[in-house]
Ligand binder design. Sequence first.
Ligand code: ACO
Length: 323
Amino acid sequence: TSRARITAIGSYVPERTLTNDDLEKMVDTSDEWIVPRTGIRERRIAGSDVFTSDLCIEAVRNMISEYQASTDDIDMILVATSTSDFPFPSVACQIQEQFGIPSAGTLDLSAACAGFVYGLNMADALVTSGLHRKVLVVGGETLSKVTDYTDRTTCILFGDAAGAALVERDENNPGFIHSCSGSDGRAGIHLYRTGLSGRMKGKVLSGDGNIVQNGREVFKIAVSTLTREVPRLLENAGISPDEVDWFIPHSANIRIIQAVCERIGFPMEKTLFSAEYYGNTSSATIPLALHQGVLEGKIKKGDTLLLYGFGGGFTHAGTLVRW
Ligand code: ACO
C-alpha cells in the first residue's frame, strides 16, 4: 500500500500560439484536414532562446504560487522529458539550481509521452519505501525544437509546455491506489527522435534530432495498447469504470482518446485532455489537463482519477489516484 499522495500541481505554456491557419501558410494542410483527424486547433511554441528547463521552472513557480508550496525540503527531483536542454546537466539539476533546493537528488527520465506517469509512479515508490519524503515530478518539452516544420504529417501535432507536481509522504491519507507500467520495443521504429546515430532493426539511423513517425502505426498501437491496459489496471485495482470520476489519458490526439473510450465503454464526457489548444506536448499533456481540470473546478477533492500515458518506445504507464 502506498504512503504517498499528490499535494500540488502547476503548469506553464509559452505565450506564442501556432494555429491551424498559421500552419496552412507553412505546409500544404488546412484546418478542415487537421481538426477532424486530430482534434487539435492550436499549439504553443517557445521562442528560440527559451528551453525546456525554462518551461519546467515556470511550471514549478506556478505550482509554488498556487499551493504556497515550499521547495526547501524537496529531496528528489524527477523530470520526464525527451527534449532536455543538454544531455547533461539534467533539467532536474537546472531546477535544483534555480530554486536553490539544498539537498535533493536529481534525475531526468526518458519514457517519451508516458514519462510524467512513470515519474509519479517512481515518486510514489520512493516515498512509500521511506527513501524520500517529498519528490518534485516535472514533465516538460520544447517539441517545437525537434519538429520538422516542412513535414505536414508531424508538424501539425506538437507543441511546447510543462507541468509539475509534488508527491509527499502521507501515511494516513495516501492518494495512490494502483499503478502499472509496460513497454514494447518492437514498435520503436514507428516513432523516434534521432540524436546521435543509433541502430534499430539492423539499420543505422542518423538524422537531425527531429521526430520521425509513422502516424498510422502509432495510432493503431496507441489504441490497442490503451484498450488492453486500461481495463487491466482497473481490474487489478478492484475499481469499476463507473467509480472513475476522470480519465486523463495522454493527449496525443483526440481521435485516439475517442477510439479508446468507445472500445472500453467509457464516457468521453468524463475524460480530460489538453490537445485541443496545446497540441501534443508529450510528457506535459497529462499534468496540463490535470491542472486545468482542477482550476476549472471539475476535479474535486476525493475524486478518483485514472491517468494513463503512452509514448515512443513504445512505453506506457498508468496510475489510479484519489485526489
Ligand atoms: N494535411 C493535409 N494532408 C495530410 C496531412 C496534413 N497535415 N498529413 C498527411 N496528409 C495526407 C497524406 O499525405 C496522405 O495523402 P495521400 O493519401 O495522398 O498519400 C493522406 O493525408 C492520408 O495520410 P495518413 O497518414 O494515412 O493520414 P491519417 O488519417 O493516418 O492521419 C495522422 C494522419 C493525423 C498523423 C494520424 O495517423 C494520427 O493521428 N496518428 C497518430 C499520431 C500521433 O498522435 N502521434 C503522436 C505522437 S505519439 C504519442 O504521443 C504517443
